[in-house]
Design a protein around this ligand. Structure first.
Ligand code: GCW
Length: 693
């Protein structure tokens, strides 16, 4: 027996049996063609829930409480609920991909209908989420609703390596143990955990996964060739829950795998190689989704080597996957990682827009340009990437980071829903009265979609920190409906994850979890890098404070602190000109320190330590105040959690306590290093005379 066979069963996350109490007590009927694989899963789910809770699976004529029906012409198929004024003209990428279901309730009886097994499965989990409320039979409770995802493409990107990478390990930026897909150089034998993962994803409406790291090393590149049978095995483990498979590929594959002398995107042999590679992928995995590409970025090969641009590169792959209805997710994370720190005119924040905005309109129909939410790199606070407003003729996907590389690495509790919600609701053209421009969600959802770096591993709790499960949950729910309220999404997660035997949650647990998590992202922000400055982390692993760690490196992530002040001048007037990449009003709002939001001040401006913020305190004092307050908040968080002892499962309690102890230690370290740095650089003392070293 190998080690992988003896691990405990994974934690049930948001699908404990108790979460099925309301549906499981009822009479459920599933109707549809027997050969549909995902429909078979719906039947299995119904059987499992009713067996656990005393209900029954019944025939259609036995007046079921819940009828789930698959019919190809279900009128439930709706178009995007959040289409904005921009992007509609791009059309739906994959017309065959019918998401969405219809929910009708009459006199407390519910019918869910959908045109595909996957959509019906999403409808099933919707009813599970609603619990007893789904079956409300009072006056005015009858409904006939359509539910459709805002975007066709809702993908989780795994940065999993097949081989253990000497520096990055089995999962790059993974904080939850090893990979659920691979173990020490091979695809795992036992893939039951992969199917359990697909089930969790289906329950939040996610239906695509990219199986490997965008940094495609030699071993991982072969997933596209020799290892296709193994990829097919992984795809088969995901498929019962309607989750489709994508692969990250290396742009140099025609050379490294195909033995060609070039990977030039305009070379005929290269084009033929990619077409054949795509044909083989779809032959092995008939519902394969497509390729994800990181090119000309942090050492990954790309079209620049041949004097070609990123449209040439992306279109090469698009042409190869097009006959199969495939998609190319082409990342816009392109910048110079060998910058000279002495040169203050080069600005990494500008890079994605500089490279991609001029290419708008040149990408093939089935290319989706995948844009990180901010111009730098998943920091705790950044402005929204200006690329999102600069490419109206291109399908765009918003890339978020569920894995907490820069937000506490799943040792700190940091619920990211509120941060993502701010990003999704941001209006690049401002909030004019009556004529609000489109939101980021509008720009990406219609035509493109949402992608995020997954945070799961083979850890028993999936995510290391049990409360980090909420981030994965929230990504799925917000990708389905970006207008959802982040605290409401957290509440759903609590209701499912902490359901007691009767399906309900102890109000003390609910209140405690909200107290611990609702504001945890802002708490994290308060004791780490201030005012949008970013990157004050330990180089390499990126955990914990190191204020000058990146200051004299080639990575383009500086804060320029000296005895007079701190921050990056990105103005048009005197700085790098980055503010000019935004449309009005933001180009002007960000240009002036008088109008720039405090939380982004140091991202856009270099100001004296004594500069008075809009909040009324100086920059130096802000650092002291927020850092002292942040640690106190962590202390309160830990006390709140302790008050839940005995009300939450012991194993969850023990793991969270252990993480909170580390969070408190780390927050204290952040506080003391940041405060001391500011005092020593600026000479400005804390007005309240607290201890700074
Ligand atoms: O934030 C950086 C990470 C890298 C990652 C890169 C990317 C996969 O530190 O580990 O590489 O982003 O997004 O490509």
């Amino acid at each position: 027996m190998t080690a992988e066979n003896v691990v405990d069963p994974p934690h049930s996350a948001w699908l404990p049996d108790a979460a099925f109490a309301a549906v499981g007590r009822r009479r459920v009927c599933v109707v549809g063609p027997p050969q549909d694989e995902v429909l078979a899963t719906v039947r299995l789910e119904a059987a499992r829930a009713t067996a656990a809770h005393g209900g029954a699976v019944v025939a259609p004529d036995a007046s079921p409480d819940l009828l789930l029906t698959l019919s190809p012409d279900a009128t439930s198929v709706l178009t995007s609920s959040s289409k904005g004024p921009h992007g509609d003209h791009l059309g739906t990428l994959d017309a065959a991909d019918v998401g969405g279901f219809r929910l009708e309730r009459t006199g407390g009886r519910v019918t869910v209908s959908a045109a595909s097994g996957t959509a019906l499965l999403h409808g099933w989990f919707h009813v599970v989420r609603l619990g007893d409320a789904a079956f409300a039979a009072g006056p005015g409770d009858d409904v006939d609703e359509g539910h459709a995802p805002a975007a066709t493409l809702r993908v989780l990107d795994h940065w999993d390596n097949v081989d253990v990478h000497p520096v990055m390990g089995q999962v790059e930026r993974g904080y939850a143990g090893g990979s659920i897909f691979y173990d020490a150089g091979r695809v795992r034998e036992d893939l039951s955990r992969v199917t359990a993962y697909a089930r969790l994803l289906a329950a939040v409406g996610l239906d695509r996964v990219c199986l490997n790291n965008v940094n495609v090393h030699a071993r991982e590149a072969r997933l596209l060739t020799d290892d296709l049978p193994e990829v097919a095995r992984l795809a088969a483990a995901l498929r019962p829950y309607g989750v489709r498979t994508h692969l990250a590929v290396s742009f140099a594959s025609p050379m490294t795998l195909g033995g060609l002398p070039t990977a030039d995107p305009l070379d005929d042999d290269v084009r033929a190689w990619w077409r054949a590679a795509a044909d083989r992928a779809w032959a092995a995995v008939p519902d394969f989704g497509g390729f994800v590409v990181k090119a000309d970025s942090e050492g990954q090969p790309g079209p620049f080597a041949y004097g070609r641009d990123h449209a040439d590169g992306a279109n090469l792959l698009a042409e190869a996957v097009a006959p199969h209805g495939g998609v190319v997710h082409w990342r816009a994370f392109v910048y110079d990682h060998r910058q000279d720190w002495r040169d203050r005119s080069t600005d990494r924040a500008r890079a994605a827009h500089d490279h991609f905005a001029p290419l708008d309109g040149r990408f093939a129909e089935n290319v989706v340009v995948q844009v990180k939410h901010g111009p730098l790199d998943f920091q705790t606070r950044e402005p929204v990437s200006p690329v999102l407003a600069a490419m109206p003729r291109t399908r765009l996907s918003l890339e978020l980071q569920v894995t907490q590389e820069y937000t506490g690495q799943q040792r700190h509790v940091c619920y990211l829903g509120p941060w993502w919600s701010e990003i999704l609701r941001f209006r690049p053209w401002g909030e004019g009265e009556g004529d609000d421009g489109p939101t980021v969600a509008d720009l990406t959802a219609s035509g493109g979609g949402f992608a995020a770096v997954s945070n799961v591993g083979d850890d028993r709790f999936w995510t290391g920190h049990p409360l980090a499960q909420a981030n994965l949950y929230a990504f799925g729910r917000l990708a389905w409906d970006p207008a959802l309220d982040a605290a409401g999404v957290l509440d759903e997660w609590v209701s499912l994850t902490f359901a007691g035997d009767d399906g309900s949650v102890d109000p003390r647990v609910r209140a405690g979890l909200h107290a611990v998590m609702d504001d945890s992202w802002r708490t994290y922000e308060s004791y780490t890098a201030p005012l949008g400055v970013g990157f004050m982390v330990r180089p390499g692993h990126h955990y914990g404070p190191d204020v000058d760690g990146y200051e004299y490196t080639p990575w383009g992530t500086y804060h320029f602190a000296d005895r007079d002040g701190i921050g990056v001048d990105r103005t048009r007037a005197t700085g790098t000109g980055y503010t000019g990449q935004y449309p009005a009003p933001w180009r002007d709002v960000y240009e002036s320190p008088e109008t720039c939001p405090d939380e982004l001040l140091l991202f856009f401006h270099h100001v004296p330590w004594t500069h008075v913020l809009r909040s009324g305190v100086t920059v130096a004092q802000h650092v002291y105040d927020t850092h002292f307050a942040g640690v106190e908040r962590v202390r309160r968080t830990a006390a709140t959690w302790e008050s839940l002892a005995g009300l939450v499962p012991d194993d969850v309690d023990a793991r969270v306590r252990e993480r909170l102890a580390e969070q408190l230690r780390s927050a204290t370290e952040w506080r003391d290093q940041l405060n001391t740095y500011v005092l020593r650089k600026s000479g400005v003392p804390d007005a309240r005379g607290r201890t700074v070293y």
